[in-house]
Design a protein around this ligand. Structure first.
Ligand SMILES: O=C(O)CCC(=O)C(=O)O
Ligand SMILES: [Fe+2]
Length: 384
């Protein structure tokens, strides 16, 4: 992707909006895999149908439903809006797990002096097929909803495996489980995100602040759950302009549970010689009816700014020991020469002095996390 210049980093809302390609992955086929790969190679972003459409006869093959996702978002709301500081404080982020306070993460330090206007909580998937202990301090709110959170992780694992198999089929890798297998022992991370409405008198500036700075994701794929009427996600198009991603595709069957946004991360892009695209994206503060210059308006400053936005991003990645050498795919092989001249990722990471060499997934991810969290991130030494 092109570098983000100062002009395009300004966080006033994009004028363009872009409908992503939409896929129903409830039934697997090589043809569907091809279509997914084409979208991932062109855009790096796509929509996946989340819940059964009304005419569906086979509900089991959809991984989510309205109520399940609502109930998980309600845990998130309870934590961010109701839990006291004493509950959050002992869970502050360590080893990429736990609570992230306002301004702690800066996804685009090249453009923003202070960190993102958001809070987050990174919840790693429990080991042993989801039945093991949580491997991080758990706030009381999350403990009260243990079963709900485990169930959500299990569903995300099913969907991510489904997508990784489809990508392998589309990439013409002989064994359709080749990619998914490298992910079996690596916990997914569910990141609960809360972008608060800003209080009256806030010093937020549309020119220099942002909800989530421009970045590409680091891992293999990301699943993003959003809420109706809480927009803000934008992606950088190949011509270097920002386009907003609507919450719902035109004519979508549900108005309560949006499709899941799936995007390709830098690691998967690197692993496919840049064939699959890792697209830069960001989250901006939107004001109902008015975005351009809203932060400078006195009226808005009196009543507060924007609306609360909740989202949940699931970061999928391979085991740390996985050697990231080009995947055994004819489509990947044909990109080798071109890839040698390209840069992957926004914000630094994997270019070494000798160019693009072999690297393990763990070393790669540590590099990207260090760049984002600075001294707050301590690399994990474990082997998965
Ligand atoms: O909250 C969102 O919609 C996107 C968040 C995101 O891109 C991230 O955390 O990597
Ligand atoms: Fe992201």
């Amino acid at each position: 992707m092109p570098p983000v210049d100062i002009a395009s980093a300004r966080a006033s809302a994009a004028e363009e909006s872009i409908d992503l390609p939409l896929f129903d992955v409830s039934v697997e086929s090589p043809e569907l895999g091809k279509k997914l790969v084409k979208a991932a190679a062109e855009w790096g972003f796509l929509w996946i149908v989340a819940s059964p459409p009304p005419d569906n006869k086979n509900n089991e093959s959809y991984d989510f439903d309205e109520e399940t996702v609502d109930r998980v978002f309600s845990v998130s709301r309870e934590f961010f809006l109701d839990a006291a500081m004493e509950e959050k404080e002992p869970c502050r982020i360590k080893h990429n797990r736990g609570w992230v306070d306002m301004h702690v993460e800066n996804l685009d330090p090249s453009q923003h002096k202070r960190g993102d206007f958001k809070q987050a909580f990174n919840l790693a998937e429990p080991l042993d097929g989801g039945h093991g202990d949580w491997v991080q301090p758990m706030p009381a709110t999350f403990q009260r909803h243990d079963a709900r959170l485990r169930d959500f992780h299990a569903r995300c694992r099913r969907l991510s495996t489904r997508i990784l198999r489809l990508l392998a089929l589309g990439l013409e890798i002989e064994d359709p489980d080749w990619i998914a297998r490298t992910h079996e022992q690596a916990p997914n991370t569910a990141r609960f995100l809360f972008y608060p409405q800003l209080p009256p008198g806030t010093d937020y500036s549309q020119e220099s602040d942002i909800r989530a700075g421009a970045h590409s994701d680091y891992g293999s794929i990301t699943l993003l759950f959003q809420r109706p009427s809480q927009p803000g996600l934008e992606l950088l198009t190949p011509d270097g302009t920002w386009a907003s991603v609507p919450i719902f595709p035109p004519g979508y069957h549900s108005t309560a549970l949006p499709p899941i946004v799936v995007n390709i991360g830098d690691l998967l892009s690197y692993w496919t010689n840049g064939f699959l695209k890792s697209t830069i994206h960001r989250v901006i503060l939107t004001e109902p009816g008015d975005t351009e210059g809203a932060a400078q308006s006195g009226d808005v400053m009196k009543s507060g700014l924007g609306e609360n936005r909740f989202s949940i991003a699931i970061f999928i990645q391979p085991s740390r020991a996985t050697e990231i050498v080009p995947m055994p795919s004819p489509l990947v092989a044909s990109r080798a020469a071109e890839f040698a001249r390209e840069t992957v990722g926004h914000g630094g990471g994997i270019q070494t002095e000798t160019g693009k060499g072999s690297i393990t997934a763990g070393d790669y991810l540590d590099g990207r996390l260090m760049a984002t969290y600075g001294s707050v991130y301590q690399p994990v030494k474990a082997s998965s």
